[in-house]
Design a binder for this molecule. Sequence first.
Ligand code: FAD
Length: 370
Amino acid sequence: MKKQLVLIGGGHAHLLTLANLHTFIDKGFGVTVIQPSAYHYYSGMGPGMLGGTYAADDIRFATRRLVEAKGGRFILDKAHTIDPERQVVRLEGTHEDIPYDVLSCNAGSSVPRDVITGNGRNIFTAKPIEDLLAARNTIVEQAANARITVAVIGSGPSSLEIAGNVHQLCRQRKLNMPVIRLFSGRGFLAGKPARLRRLARKILERKGIEILENGYVRRIEDGRIILENSREYRADILFSAVGVRPSPIFIRSGLPVGPDGGLEVNASLQSIAHPQIFGGGDCIHFQAAPLDKVGVYAVRQNPVLYRNLLAALEGRPLEKFSPGGKYLLIYNLGDGEGILSKYSITFAGRLAFLIKDRIDRRFIATFQES
Ligand SMILES: Cc1cc2nc3c(=O)[nH]c(=O)nc-3n(C[C@H](O)[C@H](O)[C@H](O)COP(=O)(O)OP(=O)(O)OC[C@H]3O[C@@H](n4cnc5c(N)ncnc54)[C@H](O)[C@@H]3O)c2cc1C
C-alpha cells in the first residue's frame, strides 16, 4: 500500500505543495486534499472583490482542478476531527475516515459568530472570503433603490478595508450611497503606528464614513447592533470583522493547541505531540514565537512545509522555519487609494494601492498557473 499524504485545506501555506503535487505522485505517494470548496480564495484581494475591482475568478485558486490534474484525490468536504492514534481524518459530511501517513493542516481561521444572534440574514463575516461576494450582491440589490445603512464591526485592517470598499462599490455602480458606520470599540486601528491611524481616519472621514469609538459591540441581531453600554443602532447590512479564531478541528480532536486554539507546532511546523502531523497558516500556533494572523506568514511557510512533508514521507531530517523580519503592510481603502507602511515609512494614496495591486496580481498569477 502506498504511503498517503493528506492535506486539510488548500490554503495559503499549501500553495507550493499543491503546485508540486506531481513530485509526490511521481515518487509513489498517494495525495488527498480535503476542502469544503472547489476553490481557495486569496484573502489579500477579498476587499477588492467586495468593491468590484476584482471578479471572483481573479482572486481564487482552482484547487480541485489542480489536484485532479496532477493525479491527486480531491474530497469536497470539511475535516471534522483528527484521530492521531489511528492516523485518520474524520470527514464532517460523510463521516468517512481518511487514512494518512503524513498529514498537513492549513484549515485557516474564521470570524467567531458568538455575538451574532437571530437568523443572521444580511450579516456577513470578513472570512471566509467567498462570503464577501454574497455581501456585494446584497448591497448592489438593496442600495439600488434606497439609502441603506451598512455597519462594519471591528477595529482592525479588515474592517477598514471593508468599509472603504463598500464606498467604492456604491460610488462606481452609481447606487444610493449608504450611511457607512464603523463600530471600532474603543480604539480604531489600536496598536498600529500613529501616522497610519491618522491617515486611515482622514481617508475614511473624507468618504463620509463614520467611525464610532464609544464602546464594544455586545450583540448583533438582524438589523440591530447593541453596544456594551446598551446603546442601540440600526443597520440594513452588517459586517463582522472582529478578528479571527483558528479552525476548531484541533480542540475538537484533543490535540495540543496554543492559547488561541491553533495546532501547537515546533520550529519544523510539526505538531509537538504527533510527528506525522504538520500545519501552516492561521490554524497553527507557532510555539517558538506566536505569529500574527496574516497571510504573509502562511506564504513564507510554503517552502519549508513542502520540503518537510516530502522529508517526513521519505524518512529524512526536517528543516526549521524562520518567520523572517518585519512585513510590508498595504491596505486597500477603496476608490483606488491605499496605505503602505513598513519600518518608518508610511504613506497613503494611489501609489500605495497600485503597489498592492501589482504584488497581489503577480502572486495569484504564479499559483493560478501552476
Ligand atoms: C478581509 C481580509 C483581508 C486580509 N488581507 C490580508 C492581506 O492583504 N495580507 C495579509 O498578509 N493578510 C491578510 N489577511 C489575513 C489573511 O486572511 C490570513 O492570514 C490568511 O487567510 C491565512 O491563510 P490560511 O491559508 O492559513 O487560511 P485561510 O485563508 O482561512 O484558508 C483556509 C482554507 O482551508 C479551508 N478549510 C477551512 N476549514 C476546513 C476544514 N474543516 N476542512 C478542510 N478545509 C477547510 C478553507 O476553505 C480555505 O480554503 C486578511 C484577512 C481578511 C479577513
